[in-house]
Design a protein around this ligand. Structure first.
Ligand code: PMV
Length: 341
């Protein structure tokens, strides 16, 4: 299905819209692509609440300066503007862009480089604004969020999942867009405290990391593992089985980083304090039997996942034992998805 067909050959008009879109944390990881921005395996994430990007997009017509201008936290960022412009031009069926200036003002509620994917929140916030504009121009009234997910995916795969709240899957129902999945009420308010052990720029970007799966000796085994873990997570979410979810979470995080360590051109994004924290979490769980689990994205920082019911004891442990390993801790939880401001 060509999602963009209804938006071809439209005449641009001035328009302005603002969206807030949250980050998400993958429980089952997307790591490796097939074709253009299509996932090699299904992934599943929890949408966050407090960590979001707010983006105002203004489309100006008949301007002497067509193209993209972008301000991040009030500061002009030509590199990000260039990325958005390349993305817009890749949507080849949009000739109307030739006469339009796109002004983007964006800010994150969380600092850059904290292991919270600003590409997921940032690019989904932009794609939601773009979808809003396209729906306004064309009069299309159905499948708004599906279209926004499709457009987000073309910018960043994980962003496709940020357009919905709760738990969201991509690459099972469709490779083209993400869809919300059902969750047991007891898991609807899971907590995520992000332990930021390093704020340094990543040595290898996600894009380059995905690329290293293309000639990886363990690629097929990893994609098969992710498919199994996806089904396990789906079943455990619906049954409310946090022990099973925790087992998958940690296996996914360690497998993701094992793929980096065993890639033909090997690299690691973990830092000594990442491993120190993992060992302390395992010891804490053995000693207390409390349901605290970790996961990692493509970076050194840990996402600590636990239920609301154990929040008090677990936050005390995080504050006293884990936070000395970290620059900062950001407390978040499962959220309800994007909002139009
Ligand atoms: O969306 P990308 O291309 O930045 O890739 C995201 C990759 C992971 O964050 C490691 C996993 C995921 O599914 O979000």
């Amino acid at each position: 299905m060509n999602f963009l067909a209804p938006f071809e050959s439209l005449s641009p008009v001035p328009f302005e819209t603002t969206w807030r879109s949250p980050a998400n944390i993958a429980f089952v990881k997307y790591w490796g692509k097939k074709g253009h921005q299509l996932p090699a395996n299904p992934s599943l994430s929890m949408t966050l609440k407090n960590c979001f990007t707010e983006t105002r997009v203004r489309f100006e017509v008949g301007t002497a300066r067509p193209g993209v201008e972008l301000l991040l936290n009030g500061v002009r960022q030509d590199k990000f503007a260039g990325k958005i412009e390349t993305y817009l031009r890749s949507l080849a069926s949009m000739p109307w862009l030739e006469n339009v200036q796109v002004l983007v003002e964006t800010r994150n509620t969380f600092p850059h480089g904290t292991g919270i994917a600003s590409s997921a929140s940032g690019l989904s916030a932009f794609a939601l604004g773009l979808t809003d504009y396209l729906f306004h121009l064309s009069g299309v009234k159905v499948d708004f969020f599906r279209t926004a997910s499709y457009l987000s995916r073309l910018a960043s795969g994980s962003a496709s999942r940020s357009v919905y709240g709760g738990f969201v899957s991509w690459g099972e129902e469709s490779d083209l867009y993400a869809s919300p999945v059902g969750v047991h009420p007891e898991l609807a308010h899971l907590r995520d405290s992000v332990l930021v052990v390093s704020g340094e720029e990543k040595a290898v970007s996600s894009t380059a990391g995905h690329g290293r799966m293309s000639d990886h000796a363990y690629a097929e085994a990893r994609f098969a593992q992710a498919r199994t873990n996806y089904q396990r997570t789906l079943a455990a979410l619906s049954a409310g089985d946090l022990t099973e979810i925790g087992a998958v979470l940690e296996s996914e995080a360690l497998s993701l980083h094992a793929m980096m360590l065993t890639a033909p051109s090997a690299f690691t994004l973990m830092r000594p304090n990442t491993l120190a924290a993992i060992e302390m979490i395992w010891a804490f769980r053995r000693e207390t039997q409390l349901p605290l689990y970790f996961t990692l994205d493509a970076g050194p920082n840990l996402h600590l996942i636990y239920p609301e019911s154990s929040q008090h004891k677990i936050r005390t442990f995080i504050a006293h034992e884990l936070s000395p390993l970290a620059l900062t801790v950001i407390d978040d939880e499962c959220g309800e998805g994007p909002v139009k401001c």
